[in-house]
Write a protein that binds this ligand. Structure first.
Ligand code: GDP
Ligand code: MG
Length: 167
């Protein structure tokens, strides 16, 4: 018999970096070029099955209003902080979120930095070196994804699941 564990996961990042699209890709394996940014919270759940039969159920919340953020990441076990590799300013914003999580969130939170829109790498403004070096220094998981093609999406959620404490 396998045990089941539930974790709370939040997605943070500048508007339009692809948070909702990453969730849609992960949960339903779909992509929508013309989806509108959602206002307020959107919750979806997905079960991640690990090799050892452990399952992780995560909840993705997203927000537009900074003042609401602490409500979202309170009691979160893990956070995916997303930037858009074609927008350098979105990495600055991601760093601000990470500093806030490091100060305010549960100290055991697992944080992943995610560079999305990898399919648009011809318009890249953030190098892999810059982002991965920062993630290393901060002790974060890091990878690049495309919600559009699906590249790297399952990998980042699975990498987080593997770092969560199963006790
Ligand atoms: P959010 O505001 O962070 O939730 O961003 P959305 O998920 O609403 O995405 C914003 C826009 O970027 C939408 O037009 C998406 O179709 C587009 N988008 C999201 N992810 C990708 C991606 O990986 N590649 C490309 N080319 N577009 C993306
Ligand atoms: Mg959204």
């Amino acid at each position: 018999m396998s045990k089941q564990f539930q974790f709370k996961l939040v997605l943070l990042g500048e508007s339009a970096v692809g948070k909702s699209s990453l969730v849609l890709r992960f949960v339903k394996d779909q992509f929508d070029d013309y989806r509108e940014s959602t206002i307020g919270a959107a919750f979806l759940t997905q079960t991640v099955t690990l090799e050892d039969q452990t399952t992780v159920k995560d909840t993705a919340g997203q927000e537009r209003y900074k003042s609401l953020a602490p409500m979202y990441y309170r009691n979160a076990n893990c956070a995916v902080v997303v930037y858009d590799i074609t927008q350098a300013t979105s990495l600055d914003k991601a760093k601000t979120w990470i500093r806030e999580l490091q100060r305010q969130a549960d100290p055991s939170i697992v944080i992943a930095l995610c560079g999305n829109k990898l399919d648009l790498s011809a318009r890249r403004q953030v190098t892999e070196e810059e982002a991965s070096k920062y993630a290393d220094e901060q002790g974060l998981l890091w990878s690049e994804t495309s919600a559009k093609t699906g590249e790297g999406v399952n990998a980042i959620f699975n990498a987080i699941a593997k770092k969560l404490p199963l006790t």
